[in-house]
Ligand binder design. Structure first.
Ligand code: HEC
Length: 253
């Protein structure tokens, strides 16, 4: 004997198929809206993130005593940064003046003189004279400087005629001039043993600008008449310790 079904027959009031379809649709929609994490790692709400972030920023600023205008205001009054380790002994190790000047002069020589006078300064025996042992190099410093700055033309007093040397002084600093002179006077077999100072080089540049024929190359006659003398000032003792970069005399530590 079968018990009669007491439940009302829903078929009459509700379309079960339609309800089922709607349910399936809605669940799918919900699933698209939000992935529900079941492992307790639900994404944090955007609102909580923004509000929490703002609170941390402001509270951190207040606790840290930040003055948002100026970074240094975050240091306590009277605070002084201690120098970085080794900062007291800045600057390169001092070198003997002759060594430091020669190192710089070598670069000027290869840039400005080497092309004509050669890497051993021997010239070529015809158009380019040798710079080894000649009084024009190892003798009076003003004459030597005038040749470099203004170039040289015409016969020279050893009776030989070479080519024409164009001026090399354009863009030459006192340092360039002093170091290249020192280099040539103490290299290639020359060994005068003195160091042309920056002041001597400045004096040479001034004398060059003051020449009656400024802008023209010097001649043997002009050199003999006007420039066969030493540049004013004392040459530097070659053993003086100098900063190899600035060439300034090194200060005792
Ligand atoms: C473009 C080629 C050229 C360059 C670059 C040049 N010279 Fe000369 N130099 C000559 C010529 C040529 C003579 C000979 C000029 C004359 O007798 O009238 C000469 C002559 C000299 C003399 C005179 C020597 C002597 O016995 O007559 C000296 C010193 C000298 N040069 C030094 C230098 C130095 C230092 C430099 C670089 C700063 C330099 N020259 C760059 C071509 C050059």
């Amino acid at each position: 004997m079968s018990t009669p079904n007491k439940k009302p027959d829903l078929e009459d009031s509700i379309n079960v198929t339609e309800v089922h379809d709607r349910l399936v649709r809605d669940v799918a929609a919900c699933a698209r809206e939000k992935r529900i994490a079941t492992n307790g790692k639900e994404g944090i709400s955007l609102w909580a993130l923004v509000v929490g972030g703002a609170v941390f920023l402001i509270a951190g600023g207040i606790l840290g005593g930040a003055n948002f205008g100026s970074y240094s205001a975050t240091f306590r009054e009277g605070y002084e940064r201690s120098p970085a380790p080794g900062a007291e002994d800045t600057g390169p190790v001092p070198k003997e003046a002759l060594v430091a000047y020669m190192a710089k002069g070598a670069k000027i020589y290869s840039a400005k003189c080497n092309g004509c006078h050669g890497s051993e300064a021997k010239g070529n025996g015809s158009t380019y004279p040798s710079l080894v042992g000649t009084p024009w190099v190892i003798g009076e410093t003003q004459r030597f400087a005038m040749i470099i700055l203004n170039g040289l033309t015409g016969p020279v007093d050893n009776g030989k005629t070479y080519g024409v040397m164009p001026p090399q002084g354009i863009g030459m600093s006192p340092e360039d001039l002093a170091t290249v002179m020192t280099y040539v006077r103490n290299n290639f077999g020359n060994s005068v043993g003195d160091v042309i100072t920056l002041d001597m080089a400045k004096a040479a540049i001034e004398a060059s600008a003051a020449r009656a024929g400024a802008g023209n190359m010097v001649t043997g006659e002009e050199l003999a008449a006007e420039h066969t003398k030493m540049l004013p000032g004392d040459a530097l003792d070659p053993k003086t310790m100098v900063d190899p970069i600035s060439l300034a005399p090194a200060t005792a530590p």
